[in-house]
Design a protein around this ligand. Structure first.
Ligand SMILES: Cc1ncc(C[n+]2csc(CCOP(=O)(O)OP(=O)(O)O)c2C)c(N)n1
Length: 616
């Protein structure tokens, strides 16, 4: 079997296309098996199999650089660059990362996995290679979804202006998580529906360019005819106006055709876009058919279909309450940066299609647009993963905060998220959001708390509000076990030695620790602070009378929620000992969240041990 014999990209050369098609089938099976076991980005990778084979046959990695935007679609690249044998450990603790990883391979360059950055990296590398006269080719692969991000446009603008030697592969499958929302994408679809025209156009120009004078005349003719159909063929005009040559579209599942296009592109000086059309989920019927669950980010066990909303999760609590609030508050509108399904917005969008906006992978724009909507009298709510909002922190601070606009930020996947690794943990949001003047920050510890906080938020109109919650199942509590407004909730009074504060999901670990300590004769006072900012002054007064105050959070321990408690106690002149427990300032690799928490001493036994140490 070719896959077994494959030790690196060089082994791809000298193969027949029939052999390569067979290899593509084997790679698909390997990916489906690994994702079935561990979950992962199924659709994007199944769609990029032939494209990646072609890239590795035309470019000589690692001497030439193959750069992946976002990096979720780099499974095939991993398999072709010597990691096929380890591939079954994908996303396992200690196993292969779900994204390119510099520690894993010299073929991997970018591992940040926040979208739309690749053109900037490519420009930087091209600039450096030009300065050192290094003859290394650079190819940057970017999806139509990632192309909607502001940074991609900034990069394109600069590449075109500088004339950097970069081949840009626009991998167009028409989808982000959901169908890609952008005017450029709509225009790409026009080309998608009539591909022969552009291919012919590119060929004529290419051949004409080789003949002096005649070529000039024909080229001019081609340019004029292009101008005439500019309206119809916006993307080529768009790229070429920026100084970036456009070629395509090509069938991204035809290895020979992609290779020819890449070879031709490499002949040109300056940046070239090679537009390839691919099908997300290609070759696996359930992924091709299932538009939400198995298509993009599949869970282990691929048999599941239907809604992406996990029953009983924080996301489900959010989703359910949002629809209810939508009925009550006609001014409430929801915004997503290309993730309407996984952030739980679909029920709201189904009910209020005119009040739900997908702005593309454009968090910065989403935040400032929300400020504008709020200024105009709407009540905008942004549903976003915690890790992605950090990209827009300047907009949160100045465009929303400084203007005191009552934008609501709903942050899902806060804290340690698990299999997606360093760039996906939501551990910076508490540090950053608590520094925005006038920002209220809630951290719900259960399903009903999140619902209550959303309702209370609607009454807080003097500035922005953020509610942040963790991935997965939310505990359910009964009536009367939920707080209200900006008040903290005291769960039990202790013997005056230890006060324990568990923020958000960490309340569960704090409760476990309190139970363990009770067995050792230490009765802790236990709080669910509920509100990270402003802290409830009654809670601060109460805990100030304890010998020891311990705070637990699932974000960075420096500058986060616990640091706020420490400051408040300091200002009050309390002389208790304060211990802030949280995540260290490190890039934390992928792994099971429970295991990661335990490793940092953030589970019941770990917290109890920290407290014992202080007591002893
Ligand atoms: C800044 C940022 N926001 C959101 C995401 C979440 N996300 C990961 S992949 C993806 C869709 C990417 O679509 P596209 O670039 O077309 O690649 P495809 O998966 O379709 O191949 C999104 C929204 C992200 N990685 N980065």
């Amino acid at each position: 079997m070719l896959l077994d014999a494959l030790s690196g990209p060089d082994d791809l050369r000298g193969r027949t296309y029939a052999e390569l098609d067979d290899l593509a089938d084997q790679i698909r099976r390997l990916i489906i098996d690994a994702v079935n076991e561990h979950g992962g980005h199924l659709g994007s990778n199944l769609g990029a199999v032939e494209l990646t084979i072609a890239l590795h046959r035309v470019f000589r990695s690692p001497h030439d650089l193959i750069l992946w935007d976002t990096g979720h679609q780099a499974y095939v690249h991993k398999i072709l660059t010597g990691r096929a044998t380890d591939f079954s450990s994908l996303r396992e603790s200690g196993g292969l990362s779900g994204y390119p990883s510099r520690a894993e391979s010299e073929h991997d360059w970018i591992e940040n996995s926040h979208a739309s950055t690749v053109l900037s990296y490519a420009h930087g590398l091209a600039t450096a290679f030009r300065a050192t006269d290094a003859r290394r080719r650079i190819v940057a692969v970017i999806g139509d979804g990632a192309m909607t991000g502001g940074m991609a446009f900034e990069g394109l603008n600069n590449l075109g202006h500088a004339g950097s030697d970069v081949t840009i592969v626009l991998n167009d499958n028409g989808r982000s998580y959901a169908p890609t929302v952008s005017r450029l994408s709509e225009s790409l679809i026009k080309i998608r529906n009539n591909p022969t025209y552009m291919t012919r156009q590119a060929k004529v120009e290419e051949i004409a360019g080789r003949i002096p004078w005649v070529g000039d005349q024909i080229s001019r003719g081609v340019r004029m005819s292009k101008a005439a159909v500019r309206e119809m063929w916006e993307p080529p005009a768009f790229f070429e106006d920026l100084g970036v040559r456009y070629m395509g579209p090509f069938d991204g599942h035809d290895i020979a055709s992609v290779e020819e296009a890449l070879d031709n592109a490499a002949e040109f000086d300056g940046p070239v876009v090679v537009h390839v059309l691919t099908q997300k989920g290609r070759g696996y019927e359930p992924a091709e058919q299932d538009h939400i669950k198995n298509m993009h980010d599949a869970k282990p066990g691929l048999h599941e279909t239907g809604s992406a909303l996990k029953e009983g999760s924080y996301t489900a609590a959010f989703s359910e309450t949002l629809v209810k609030l939508g009925d009550q508050y006609p001014e409430l509108v929801a915004i997503t940066a290309a993730m309407p399904d996984s952030t739980g917005l679909l029920p709201f969008r189904d009910r209020f299609p005119d009040r739900c906006f997908d702005v593309g992978i454009a968090e910065q724009h989403a935040v400032t647009a929300a400020a504008g909507m709020a200024m105009g009298g709407l009540r905008p709510l942004i549903a976003v993963y915690a890790t992605f909002l950090t990209r827009a922190i300047d907009q949160v601070n100045l465009d929303v905060g400084l203007h005191r606009q009552p934008v609501i930020f709903c942050l899902d996947r806060a804290g340690i998220t698990g299999p997606d690794g360093a760039s996906h943990h939501g551990i910076l949001d508490l540090v950053l959001l608590t520094k925005v003047p006038g920002m209220t920050v809630f951290a719900p510890s259960n399903y009903q708390e999140l619902q209550q906080m959303m309702e209370d938020t609607m009454e807080l109109t003097s500035g922005p509000v953020a509610i942040r919650w963790s991935r997965g199942k939310a505990p359910h509590v009964g009536h009367g076990e939920v707080g209200a407004g900006l008040r903290a909730r005291k769960l039990c009074s202790g013997d005056g030695r230890v006060a324990l504060l568990g923020f958000g999901q960490m309340l569960a670990a704090a409760t476990d620790a309190a139970a363990l300590l009770a067995q050792q004769g230490v009765d802790c006072t236990l709080y669910d602070p509920r509100v990270v900012q402003p802290l409830d002054p009654a809670m601060i007064d109460d805990i100030a009378d304890h010998d020891i105050v311990v705070t637990i959070e699932d974000g960075l321990r420096i500058g986060g929620a616990g640091a706020g408690v420490r400051d408040a106690l300091g200002e009050r002149g309390a002389n208790c000992r304060i211990k802030v427990l949280g995540v260290p300032t490190e890039y934390i690799p992928h792994g099971n969240p429970d295991v990661i928490h335990a490793g940092f001493g953030l589970d019941g036994p770990g917290i109890a041990a920290s407290i014992r140490e202080l007591l002893d």
